[in-house]
Design a protein around this ligand. Structure first.
Ligand code: G1P
Length: 289
């Protein structure tokens, strides 16, 4: 069985839920305290053993490439000023792993973005991580939990989480055959169903480990009403020909692509910080608003 070494990050989305902040800068660069969202997810991938990251980018996303590149000017300045800690943190970002960038010229959906990585992935299993979903764990990172399932079964795995019935229309929803412990066998998926027609309340969260057969499926699926090729449609076709698991991961997920979710994530990540957490907690406790 081939090891999962590569991860695809679809980052071409326009970030319309975050306007005007995202008019001229990518939503992936919005910071939780002092680190851009995308870096949290890249760090999760690397901690899970990923060696190469393929970003599917688009117009206006250059800041992401710059962020994961060396910045000689900045490094020289920090060196001159003897700011060793800052220098190490800046260098670490570009040294983390190999980054590749592929442009998705038109916004034609998540499935279309993933198809763009086909030539770079070849005949290997790979991971997909969505930057809107930030997952905090105290132990094994969320992607590593999925990889454990993949390494045991050799089958594709998607992260799943129970959501309130009225929220199912914001997610891909799985149709499980049966669940045992944290693992469900999946026989179908529907993208953003109405609550009445949803097959379950188990939502797909933005972490996937996929066999290369997904490319064949994505190649064949029909675009949806918006003309987009959905990953969910590809997964629905995949589970008809190969086993597909849903993994109820352990950890806390934040929907950082949503305004309220982003603010909640900001507060909780600030509270967890060693440098400002205690003072911030004191501030919140005393806050009269
Ligand atoms: C995408 C997927 C959806 C999945 C979600 C997870 O939707 O299409 O199936 O449940 O990510 O965050 P988006 O949030 O991009 O609309």
């Amino acid at each position: 069985m081939k090891k999962v070494k590569k991860a695809v990050f679809p980052v071409a989305g326009m970030g319309t839920r975050f306007l005007p902040a995202t008019k001229a800068s990518p939503k992936e660069m919005l910071p939780l305290v002092d680190k851009p969202l995308i870096q949290y997810v890249v760090e999760e991938a690397i901690e899970s053993g990923i060696q190469e990251i393929i970003m599917i980018t688009g117009r206006g996303k250059n800041a992401i490439e710059d962020h994961f590149d060396r910045s000689m000017e900045l490094e020289n300045l920090l060196e001159k000023r003897n700011q060793t800690e800052e220098l190490a943190s800046v260098r670490k970002i570009s040294d983390m792993c190999d980054f590749w960038y592929i442009r998705q010229k038109e916004p034609m959906g998540l499935g279309h973005a993933i198809l763009k990585a086909r030539d770079m992935i070849g005949d290997e299993p790979f991971a997909v991580l969505l930057g809107d979903d930030i997952i905090h764990t105290n132990g094994t990172p969320a992607l590593a939990q999925l990889l454990e399932v993949y390494n045991r079964t050799g089958a594709s795995v998607v992260a799943i989480e129970e959501v309130a019935k009225e929220r199912v229309s914001s997610y891909g929803i799985v149709d499980p055959v049966h669940c045992e412990g944290s693992l469900c066998m999946v026989k179908g998926l529907v993208e953003k169903p109405e609550p009445e027609s949803a097959p379950s309340n188990l939502a797909v969260i933005g972490r996937y480990v996929l066999t290369p057969r997904i490319f064949e499926m994505l190649d064949k699926v029909n675009p949806d009403q918006k003309g987009e090729i959905q990953l969910t449609a590809g997964l629905n076709a995949l589970c008809a020909v190969e086993p597909l698991h849903g993994c109820k991961f352990t950890g806390k997920r934040y929907d950082a692509g949503d305004k309220l979710g982003f603010v909640i994530a900001t507060v909780e990540y600030a509270l967890r910080r060693g440098d400002i957490g205690t003072e911030f907690q004191k501030y919140l406790a005393e806050l009269k608003f």
